[in-house]
Design a protein around this ligand. Structure first.
Ligand SMILES: [Zn+2]
Length: 434
């Protein structure tokens, strides 16, 4: 009889332990995360809700948007048993929210029997700002003349702070830069390889909440005829260049194959590098007035010359020449076309030893095939300052300077930037606008 009592007591103790274990097994409420959990959002901003309860699992969820005493139910749901994690995509969508602060209240409960069976519940609040209005764009500059391959400048104003704004032309985005006056300046171009029908410049602006608006500009286009040229490739040129290009075309030994590899793949890589360099630009103009053309040099090749490469009487390749080839004497002094900051001074494939100078607002100049570089990255240079000597490094048959002008990495016609009256009428006169 005594031992039966003892057994009963042991069972009761075990039972109590089991009950206590179940009761206290999960005393923590679900973890709740919302991304973004702060800052501006629009009705189309994707909100990501992350829930987890590693104890007994998630049971219920309620999400409300609260503005003042207005409560709008966004979501209410129950989870199936054993749901330890949940990722839920939310949109504020067409809920009738007012502009301004909004609190997202997330209440989530678990399957614990703690709190006398009610389980653990957590209400977490996230303070966001609701903004459903796209920025308003006011274009301030009036006339915009775009020559095929040439440049143009647009000035605009926005009514709110934005994440990005600029000019969209074809697939190209040209970033705008906010000035001390509050106005934005953007340099763009009619890219040499874009058909007139596809050239429809638009100012675009996207605010911090993701609302986007576009605005057209008044513009006038001027067609341009580009030249067609044939470039003969004698064996002597290919052999002379092969040692320099071998490192750019590893695994190839035939001089013609090496040339083709460099003229196609390396050329494309080098142009991509110029696009990357364009991100490294000053938000204010560093240049002044017209650009200097290399003094005393004659023109060997022009901008956007279409080039067929002829080998033993047959066309073997094609490329577009996106700069000016200027030649005077061998190892001629090369000068900076305008003031700016050196952002590249090194060997770069088809351009050989070259210098890239940033003039601000996405405008940059390239000096290629040089035999000697007298500047390094970070140097501030002024107009007409010597930066090195001409040469024939890279894809060059003889000593000359290849000069290129770029806007946000897209090659543009240098003739305009050398022309003082074009610069005055199309650039400087707009920059002095209030
Ligand atoms: Zn050239």
């Amino acid at each position: 009889m005594k031992s039966l009592k003892k057994l009963l007591l042991i069972l009761i103790v075990i039972g109590l332990f089991a009950a206590a274990f179940t009761y206290f097994r999960d005393t923590a409420a679900p973890l709740v995360q919302l991304t973004p959990g702060t800052g501006p959002v629009s009705n189309t901003t994707p909100l990501k809700l992350n829930l987890s309860d590693e104890g007994t699992g998630l049971k219920s969820l309620k999400v409300e948007a609260v503005q003042g005493d207005k409560h709008l139910l966004l979501l209410s749901q129950e989870f199936p048993p054993q749901t330890l994690n949940a990722q839920i995509d939310l949109l504020l969508g067409d809920k009738k929210l007012g502009e301004g602060p909004v609190t997202i209240e997330v209440t989530s409960g678990d399957r614990s029997i703690y709190h006398l069976g009610k389980g653990n519940s957590e209400k977490v609040s996230f303070n966001l700002t609701y903004d459903s209005r796209a920025p308003i764009i006011s274009v301030l500059s009036r006339t915009h003349n775009f020559r095929h391959g040439g440049s143009g400048l647009v000035i605009y104003r926005l009514n709110e702070e934005v994440k990005t704004s600029g000019l969209m032309i074809g697939d190209h985005f040209f970033p705008g830069f906010k000035q001390a006056s509050g106005n934005y300046i953007v340099l763009g171009c009619w890219p040499w390889n874009l058909k007139e029908a596809d050239f429809v410049p638009r100012v675009v602006a996207r605010d911090l909440a993701g609302n986007e608006r576009q605005a057209g500009i008044y513009y006038h286009t001027i067609e341009e005829k580009f030249r067609h040229r044939q470039i003969n490739l004698p064996d002597s040129f290919l052999q002379q260049k092969a040692p320099e290009f071998e490192s750019l075309a590893p695994g190839l030994s035939d001089p013609l194959e090496i040339f083709l590899k460099v003229n196609r793949d390396v050329r494309a890589d080098n142009r991509q590098k110029l696009v990357e360099l364009s991100h490294n630009t000053s938000p204010v103009a560093l240049w002044k007035g017209a650009f200097t053309r290399q003094p005393g040099a004659s023109t060997l090749a022009s901008f956007a010359d279409a080039r067929d490469y002829i080998y033993h009487g047959k066309k073997i390749d094609h490329a577009t020449h996106l700069g000016f080839d200027l030649a005077s004497v061998a190892h001629a002094k090369v000068i900076a076309a305008n003031s700016g900051t050196v952002v590249f001074a090194d060997y770069l494939g088809i351009y050989g030893q070259c210098v890239v100078i940033d003039h601000g607002l996405g405008l940059q100049t390239l000096y290629a095939h040089m035999s000697q570089l007298d500047v390094t990255v970070g140097d501030q240079v002024h107009s007409d300052q010597p930066i090195g000597r001409s040469g024939s490094t890279g894809m060059a048959g003889g000593d000359h300077l290849h000069f290129g002008v770029f806007i946000s990495g897209i090659a543009v016609q240098p003739l305009e930037w050398w022309d003082a009256s074009w610069v005055k009428n199309n650039i400087t006169s707009k920059l002095v606008q209030p």
